[in-house]
Ligand binder design. Structure first.
Ligand code: AMP
Length: 184
């Protein structure tokens, strides 16, 4: 397997940890999907600290809140929010949030999915960094971007641990800078 690092970025120690620990499972959860499992990265204390610091550092000074996408994005958002002294927003799968929620439906490879965000948690104009584990086709982060903007916040960045470059997800995202610790 060939591993490529993000263009214009020298392999950081965070990327080295991801490359060393990333696990890949062919045909999971369905045929023809090569599932990239980052749990071994989260399960290594040194690696986890390195990826959290990297995500916080890449966007330092550019966000007041982090939005984590259920469920693995929550792990990153809580840690980066704490490290950067930022607020944390939970972007949840459909039907789990009370009160007034914004809803975005989007297509997956098979079927569709729904993400939701509670309104009025932070002042309009709050600068938000979206975090998730993997950028694949980009549909999930694109839907989250729409939620952030509909809520009145300003999207100032996207951070992921791993980008699957063959799926061109980055092209579906807007103009906010996208940082991937490792691209493959
Ligand atoms: P996307 O296609 O970018 O909308 O990805 C949808 C969600 O599924 C993301 O939150 C990813 O974490 C996850 N995902 C998609 N493809 C993979 C993959 N090959 N391995 C692991 N997670 C994936």
């Amino acid at each position: 397997m060939t591993h490529l690092f993000a263009p214009n970025a020298s392999p950081s120690s965070a990327a080295a940890h991801v490359e060393a620990l990333l696990a890949s499972y062919p045909d999971f959860p369905q045929p023809n999907i090569l599932f990239r499992d980052l749990n071994p990265v989260f399960a290594d204390a040194v690696a986890f600290r390195a990826i959290v610091d990297d995500l916080a550092d890449q966007h330092r000074g550019q966000f007041d809140a982090v939005a984590g996408i259920e469920a693995r994005g929550f792990l990153l958002a809580a840690a980066v929010g704490y490290a950067a002294n930022a607020a944390v927003l939970a972007v949840r799968k459909g039907g789990k949030l009370p009160g007034t929620v914004l809803i975005e439906e989007y297509d997956l490879e098979y079927g569709s999915a729904r993400l939701e965000l509670e309104v009025g948690q932070l002042p309009a104009g709050t600068r938000v960094l979206i975090l998730d584990d993997v950028l694949a086709t980009g549909g999930t982060i694109a839907a989250t971007s729409r939620l952030i903007e509909r809520a009145g916040y300003t999207l100032t960045g996207v951070g992921v641990v791993l980008e699957l470059i063959d799926l061109h997800g980055r092209e579906r995202l807007g103009t906010a800078p996208v940082h991937a610790i490792m691209s493959i």
